[in-house]
Design a protein around this ligand. Sequence first.
Ligand code: OXD
Ligand code: MN
Length: 588
Amino acid sequence: MRWVQAWRAVLAPDDVHLCSGSDSEYEHLCRRLEASGTFRRLNRELRPNSFAALSHPADVARVENRTFIASRSQHEAGPTNNWRDPTELRSEMLEHFRGAMRGRCMYVVPFCMGPIGSPFSQIGVQLTDSPYVVVNSRIMTRIGDNVISELEGGHSFVPCIHSVGAPLTASSEDVPWPCNPENRYIAHFPETREIWAFGSGYGGNALLGKKCLALRIASAIARDEGWMAEHMLILGVTSPAGRKHYVAAAFPSGCGKTNMAMMIPTLRDWKVETLGDDIAWLRFGEDGRLWAINPENGFFGIAPGTSPKTNYNALASLGGNCIFTNVALTEDGDVWWQDLTDSPPPNLTSWDGEPWTPESGDPPAHPNARFTAPAAQCPSIAPEWEDPQGVPLSAIIFGGRRGSVGPLVTAARSWAHGVFMGSILSSETTAAATGKVGQVRFDPFAIRPFCGYNLGDYMGHWLEMGERTDQGLLPRIFWVNWFRRGDDGRFLWPGFSENSRVLRWIVETVEGTAKSVETPLGFLPAPGSLDLSGLPIPAADLEELLRVNTSVWGEELKLIRNHYESFEDRLPKRLWEEVDRLEALLQG
Ligand code: OXD
Ligand code: MN
């Protein structure tokens, strides 16, 4: 490809390798990563074909303040994105890219987001000097020869340029985690559908198929082509009567999407199956329903907090063929993280490579430590998860982490009201991105860090999508809050498997059999309509979970108005009407 040759001249790698995606290539790269000290092979008996990597201490999460949307005008990027002029940014980054791969190999990674051959899939080609990125991408996307054939057949692709920004000279020694924390850029050019990333080797900053392509660039493509790219899990839920519904749910990073997607219901005879845990692409089918595919091929999940109690299926997916990043290591060559077992095993090595003791202060695994696991290994994976047409959605759920605002579950009155719910989603920040943890911020549709254009226009796109079909064919929209706390700071709802009770009410609402009460916020479960059999929840807690606290909402309305004002004329009028209506109903 001429494009690759042009970049080769800029990046000046010592070698170029076109990735075939074969097992032998994967094994070769893993051996190379072991030799360079990036990977440590885990105990072959306990966790076959698996590796642990420890990153540079300054390269541990997505860097939102260094993530840019370089559209032609600042208005196109909107107030929630860091905008840069594309011409200026290109010339600034080119200076960094020049010679950036000296002393290294440039891997050319053709990858497909979505099942190969699906009309909904998108192809990307990533140039990278990080073999760690190549092996992770082989799990997270579909890479290799069959993608090359599609490209040879003339399939379009999104060019993705990535360098860790640490060239080697004859005298410089390589380090286990090369990166350039002082000069990080995660840049998107939505109009020309390009991604340029420099300086980081971690997660969403470097595995460019995930947040950069499948969300930021895909959201811009989706707006232009009339579909949607969303930060959503997809699950299938089957009732005891054997009826199966598909549900997509948007939660901000670190709010339990992976746990929900893999939930083992406590409700007897209900079954949940997993189709995706992070990203969903939605389009209308010929039947007028909204269909979803998961463009990913694996899970890049947050390890701390994952335990047999909170997510048995995730752990069962991690038996082998996995990569762990920034977890703690046990003396027998296995991995550990907070909550994996009730107490830490002795003689742990913490993620900074030092011996760890309970007196060490910080926890042994980084709060954003990750596992990379093939989706096919998940025991709850739905047999149809790779169906090229996707699955038809019955419901869409929005949820955030809010201690005080938002009842356990609310059903929207209409699609537009559901869009309003999505637009006012807010959540406490987590360790998935660098910056302060626990700060409440509006995160509309849980896509704030991942939308490639003006979020006000994005909200308009949602409203417009709802006009394209019969209202009765659209998925019903719900809003949940698993994180409501009591005055004493305690979580009022047990969450995890118990969320199946809420899922049941959602499914029954879709089927028209659930009892509900109308409130200013929407429909809440009528007393007695949530299946709480066998759950010892105090009546006062339940009442609080299902209460619309008017004084809290009075304050929230002011915040919502400020949030909306930041989008100026790009905020759809229809949504302002919803705020006015909510205010009137609350005063009612
Ligand atoms: C992720 C994130 O990695 O949202 O999925 O940060
Ligand atoms: Mn995510």
